[in-house]
Every structure is written in structure tokens, then in C-alpha cells.
Design a binder for this molecule. Structure first.
Ligand SMILES: NC(=O)c1ccc[n+]([C@@H]2O[C@H](COP(=O)([O-])OP(=O)(O)OC[C@H]3O[C@@H](n4cnc5c(N)ncnc54)[C@H](OP(=O)(O)O)[C@@H]3O)[C@@H](O)[C@H]2O)c1
Length: 258
């Protein structure tokens, strides 16, 4: 009997890390569901991937859109969910645009949370599946002065993922939940966040290759690249009163628009 083609749903598939995941899973022969706002980009991507694709555009700033896009779950069985859409912003908390903060919380936290829960429920019924929430190495640090909202949103992703992963392990449910915590990756992220990297970035393809390796090893927290992994471990030994000024100084050096 012919094996059923597996389906992966990727949010934020129109550029950067999400797009690299789409290419990687297309190479593995998966069927793809692609979500982002820029429909033209998703259509172009789908034309070139060479596997069946469903395009489901959505503006995940809007709660209603998150629930609408979850309607997919009534028609589809998701084998892998890449919960990736997100963005950042840099600057002094008192001066950055409040509406941009709120949009960031909506997409990085609220949409990520809603979609994760709805997909998890479907996977639990089936008894299997994989959810990868895209966090950031920022989410592993005690805080991020001059990028405060972004760091806080990613700390939420890390905390939520660790808890859900443990619940699933205790239930022996067969659903695997993990968080990807990259350092700098060369994508469109910088332009949106008004930053230039303090450290050289890796490519989105490299980031995804490391993510797939971490998923094969069933890691809960996946940190691509050796140096960022070492940094993530060492920073736990450093008290906040030393760590926070260090992060502040690194962040300040990244701000493009002051
Ligand atoms: N690049 C880095 O250095 C880095 C490091 C750590 C973590 N990350 C995380 O990686 C994830 C992907 O970012 P990236 O680096 O690949 O940046 P990117 O190239 O800017 O891609 C962001 C993706 O998110 C989508 N998105 C943003 N707002 C959305 C909305 N309201 N509704 C639907 N989709 C939305 C964008 O699609 P549309 O604009 O077409 O809607 C785009 O596809 C983010 O969660 C980011 O925080 C990035």
C-alpha cells in the first residue's frame, strides 16, 4: 500500500527561517501548508517547491484570523507544525512605538499560543505529531534591555514550550514539542527590527539544518551553532547584575535607528 504523504504547516513561510523550512520539507517530499500575509510570495514559493502546497494567508496580528486559520485543522491532519511567524523591534522601551509592541505581543505570543494549543489538541487525539515553536536565544537570557518586548515575548515561547513538552512526556502522548532558539540568522528580521547584528548571522538554511538535527535527537530546546549553545549554558552561571548590562551594551550597538 502507498504511504500517505505527510503534511507540514509552516507559519511565516514567506521569508527567512519559515521559507527555509518550506524548502527543507519539500525536499523530504512533504505536502505543505504555507501561512503568511504576503500571498504573492507564498504563491511563487509554492510554484517552485515541486510538492503539493496549500496557501492559507492570514494576518496573525488579528485574533480572529488565528481562529479562522485554525479551521484548517478540521480538514487537514498536521504531522509537523512549524509555529514560526514573528518579528522584533529595537530601542529604548520608553520611546518605542506602543502599537508595534502590541503587534509583536499579538503575533509572537498570542498567535503562537493559540495555534500551538489548537494543533496540539488535534495531535493528542491522533497520539502523534511534532510542534516546533520558533523562539530565540533571546528567550534564554534573563532580559534584553533595548529590545525588551522582543526578549520578553521569546522568554514566553521558551517557558510555554518547556512546560507543554513535559506534560506530553508525562502523558507518554507521542506528541513531541520543542522550541528553536537561534542566535542571529540572516533574514528580513533585521530590517523590520531596526537592528544590525553584533555577531555574524548564520543562513536560514543552516539554521533549519540544525533545527532538523535537534528534532531528530528529540531535544526540547534547540540552539543552533556551537558558540550560541556554549553562550546559552555559560550565561546561566552569570548573575543578572552582570548579565543585563552586558546584554544592554550588545543591544545598543545593534540599534540602526536611534
Ligand atoms: N533572524 C534572526 O536573527 C532570528 C533569531 C532568532 C529568532 N528568530 C525568529 O524566527 C522567526 C522567523 O523570523 P525570520 O528571521 O525568518 O524573519 P523574517 O524573514 O522577517 O520572517 C518573518 C516571517 O513572519 C511572518 N509574519 C510576520 N508578521 C506576521 C503576521 N502579522 N501575520 C502572519 N505572518 C507574519 C512574515 O510574513 P509576512 O510579512 O508575509 O506576513 C515572515 O514570513 C521569528 O519568530 C523570529 O523572531 C529570528
Amino acid at each position: 500500500m502507498k504511504k500517505k504523504q505527510k503534511t507540514v504547516w509552516i507559519t511565516g513561510a514567506s521569508s527567512g527561517i519559515g521559507l527555509a523550512f518550506a524548502k527543507a520539507y519539500a525536499k523530504k517530499g512533504y505536502r505543505l501548508i504555507l501561512t503568511a500575509r504576503r500571498q504573492g510570495r507564498l504563491e511563487k514559493l509554492a510554484e517552485n517547491l515541486g510538492v503539493p502546497c496549500r496557501i492559507e494567508t492570514a494576518d496573525l496580528f488579528k485574533e480572529k484570523e488565528c481562529y479562522r486559520v485554525c479551521e484548517i485543522l478540521k480538514e487537514e491532519t498536521i504531522d509537523i507544525f512549524i509555529n514560526n511567524a514573528g518579528f522584533g523591534n529595537c530601542g529604548d522601551f520608553a520611546r518605542t512605538d506602543l502599537s508595534k509592541d502590541m503587534d509583536m505581543i499579538r503575533v509572537n505570543v498570542e498567535a503562537m499560543h493559540i495555534l500551538c494549543k489548537e494543533v496540539l489538541r488535534q495531535m493528542q487525539v491522533k497520539g502523534k505529531g511534532t510542534i516546533l515553536n520558533v523562539a530565540s536565544s533571546a528567550g534564554l537570557l534573563p532580559g534584553g534591555p533595548y529590545m525588551a518586548t522582543y526578549y520578553a515575548t521569546k522568554a514566553y515561547v521558551v517557558s510555554l514550550t518547556k512546560s507543554i513538552a513535559e506534560e506530553q512526556r508525562e502523558k507518554k502522548s507521542g506528541v513531541y514539542v520543542c522550541a528553536l532558539c537561534p542566535g542571529p540568522v540572516d533574514t528580513e528580521f533585521n530590517a523590520r527590527a531596526n537592528v544590525v547584528f553584533a555577531l555574524p548571522g548564520i543562513t536560514a538554511d543552516q539554521c533549519v539544518a540544525e533545527a532538523l538535527r535537534g528534532m531528530r535527537l528529540r531535544r526540547t530546546i534547540i540552539v543552533p551553532t556551537f558558540m550560541i549553545r556554549i553562550g546559552a549554558v555559560l550565561q546561566r552561571l552569570v548573575p543578572d547584575f552582570i548579565m543585563l548590562p552586558l546584554v544592554a551594551s550588545r543591544q545598543k550597538s545593534k540599534i540602526r535607528i536611534r
